[in-house]
Design a protein around this ligand. Sequence first.
Ligand SMILES: [Zn+2]
Length: 181
Amino acid sequence: MAVNSFETLKKVIEENSQAGEFYRAVHEWTVTAVEEDPLQEGECVCGQQHLRYMYTIQNLYTGRPLEYIGSKCVEHFQSSELNLQVNVFRGLFDLRKKILAGEKIFLDEDFSREILRWLYENEAFSANQYNGNNGLNDYQFLLDMFNKRHKDRITQGQENKIWALLQYSVKPFVRDHPALG
Ligand SMILES: [Zn+2]
């Protein structure tokens, strides 16, 4: 990253944060959305051009969003939490792309623990008669299945339940979510 891009990034973040110093200010931010520019014409707040994946970040104190920021620039925040969030949004973006293309999605290939947690926290699993009126049960079930070391021990009944949750809860939620592209 060019020195003046980093200076611009620092300045923009400091100007939009409560804390005046960059490395303290970075903790005020969370990733809230991702978009793709297939022509790679996106521009970062630091002035860097030709972004393909453009992230929106939001200040936790002021609620003010800032767009766009490139994934490489997020790395300059040196925040493992923000880097994780970028990975989650990128994973969700790729998942949505497969759903829109009508491709099959798989719990063990297209998800991560963090993606499942994001889905739960964003209320992808609504309460219904199948989960005892508590979406937490669906989240915990999928997490248990994801964490299983021996996938061949997943029963047919569990396979059916995974399929139903992906089909009827996850797919429409991710497909229609406004923050995912
Ligand atoms: Zn940048």
